[in-house]
Design a protein around this ligand. Sequence first.
Ligand SMILES: [Zn+2]
Length: 323
Amino acid sequence: MPRMKLRRLLVGSLIAIILALTLGGQQVLAGEPSPAQNAIQYFQLQIFLPVVASQASFVPPIGDYGPLEGNDAFYYTVQPGDTLLSVALEFGRDLSLMPCATSPLRPEPITLQPGEVLRIPPAMALCHRAQAGEMVATVAARYHISSTAVLSEEWNGLTAVDQLLQPGRWVLIEEPSAGVTIASIAHRPTPTPTTVPWPYGSGHFVWPLKGTITQRWSLHHRAIDIAAPWGSPIVAADNGKVIRAGWNTQGYGWLVIIDHGNDYLTLYAHLSSIEVPLGAIVRRGQIIGLEGSTGNSTGPHLHFEIRDFGRLIDPLTLLPAKQ
Ligand SMILES: [Zn+2]
C-alpha cells in the first residue's frame, strides 16, 4: 500500500473513532451507560434542576396529611374482632363519636357484627345521647347550632323541631360550633401495684421523642408531630399494654397503640420499625419503635396522640413542659 494512502486511512479511522465516541458511539460499544455519559447526564441535571426547583416553590412542612384530617364521612365494613374503640383508633375518631357510626336507635352496649357497614362521621362531628324530655330544639341549643342543622342531617331521621326524642337515641351533630365538646368523664383510679409486669400507667407522661414540634393539636389534627433525625428511638409515654402493633391503611403507616389501663391510650404513628410485639407490657421510657415517615407523612416525624377516655386531646396539656 502506498504510504500516503495508509496515512489517509489512519487519519480517517481516527476521525471516525472520535466521531463515534462524541456522537454517542459508546452506547454501541458498551451496553451500560459509561462514566462519561453519566457525567453528561449529571451536567444536564445541573442545568435543568435549578429551573425545576424554582418552579416547584412549595415544600410541604414535615408532618402528615390525608385521611387523618377526617373531614369527610365514609363507609367501613366491620371485620372480625373490631370494636367501637378499635375502629375509632384506626380512623382517628373520638370514641364518643362512634355510636353515630351505627344507627340512631342502637342500644348500648354496642357490639359490632362482622359484615356490618358503618358510616364513619367526619372527625369534627359530635354524637349526642338524648336525655328524657329533650327535643331537636334543645339539642340544637346545647351545641349552639340551628335546629335546621340537626333536621337536615339525614342520618338523624328527624323531621320536626318540637319532636320529643326517644331517651338514649343518638343525634349526630355533623358541624358543631367551634369549642363545643361532649362533657368529660371521670377517670378510673389507678389500682395499687401488686405484681410485675405492671400494665397500668401512672398518669404522668414522658416525651415519646425529643425533637421539634412541627405540627400542633387542632380540630383538624388531634395530635402533635415531633420531628427528629430518621430512626430516632421512640419510647412509651407511660407504662401500659401494647394493644396495636402493625400497619394502618388510613395514613398512620407503621403504628403502635398503648393502653395505659387508666382511661388513657397513646398512639405512635409513621414508625420506620416496631420494636415491641402485640400484647407486650411496656414500661414508661421503654423503646417501642423507631421514628420514620411511613403512611401519609411528609418527612421523618412522630405523630403522637393521647386519648382521654377515647377522646383525642392535646398531648401538650399532659406532657411535661420541658422535653
Ligand atoms: Zn400528625
